[in-house]
Design a protein around this ligand. Structure first.
Ligand code: F6R
Length: 243
């Protein structure tokens, strides 16, 4: 594991963006595993600026997103498909059809999960997987549970996650409580994992993930077994480890 420390969110974003840039330069036709949420916004912004400046291209890359809310279509403003379009895809130069995200409105959830796993396989696996960290230690929407779930699956979000994500939903706006998420196998089989973490609210989860027991009760702890894990974390996120 390599821990790259940053002072604050801006520096964390810049450093994580450099790692993704290096991946694209080394292998322009790579498969990027992408995340949503607050954490990657600065990273996506930095990448978009590089593309605008002509120093980076996604033209040959493909992407696979971690998760999607059940019940939200790609045109719903709260869907992760919408988030990705607004915050990255429309600002960079991916080819048409290069971006993949689970279908949150599929009528056959089992078939959709199987389709997503075979898609990852067909693309040859993930070269670099970008992850945020849930305050409860989730990665993707692999929530704390009794066993690690290897495959893409339907998950009932925990109260902790629903509360943590309520900030994205306006008053009266429906907040889904279920999601489809990639499982830990595709994440652990990624050649490189980049865990980006910012803020005090993640400090305990980060300490447990990196230095606690490996347990499905704190799903990110499985990353300790990954042979090429980069953690980019700011001072606030590192505060529990410092103590
Ligand atoms: C998002 C995802 C989640 C988030 C995590 C942290 O696609 O899979 O695991 O990375 O909930 O979210 P933020 O970055 O909003 O704190």
């Amino acid at each position: 594991m390599t821990i790259i420390r940053a002072h604050d969110y801006a520096e964390m974003s810049a450093k994580a963006a450099e790692l993704i840039t290096a991946q694209l330069l080394l292998k322009p036709d790579c498969v990027l595993g992408l995340a949503t949420g607050s954490t990657p916004l600065g990273i996506y912004d930095a990448l978009a600026r590089k593309v605008a400046a002509g120093s980076l291209s996604f033209a040959r890359a493909r992407s696979i997103n971690l998760d999607e809310y059940v019940g939200l279509s790609a045109s719903d403003r709260q869907s992760y498909a919408y988030f990705m379009r607004e915050n990255l895809f429309k600002k960079v130069d991916f080819a048409d059809g290069a971006n993949n995200i689970p279908n949150g409105v599929s009528t056959d959830v089992d078939a959709e999960c199987a389709r997503y796993d075979s898609l990852v396989e067909r693309l040859g696996g993930i070269d670099l997987q970008l992850l945020g960290l849930g305050p409860n230690g989730h990665i993707g929407f692999n929530e704390p549970s009794d066993a690690f779930e290897p495959n893409t699956h339907l998950v009932e979000l925990t109260e902790n996650t629903i509360a943590a994500n309520a900030r994205f939903f306006g008053e009266g706006e429906h907040q889904p409580t279920r999601a489809l998420t990639i499982g830990v196998r595709a994440i652990m089989q990624a050649k490189t994992v980049l865990l980006a973490v910012s803020g005090e609210a993640k400090a305990n989860a980060l300490r447990g993930a990196l230095f606690g027991p490996i347990t499905p009760r704190l799903p990110a702890s499985i990353l300790q077994l990954h042979p090429r894990l980069f953690v980019v974390a700011d001072d606030a996120a590192m505060s529990a480890i410092d103590r």
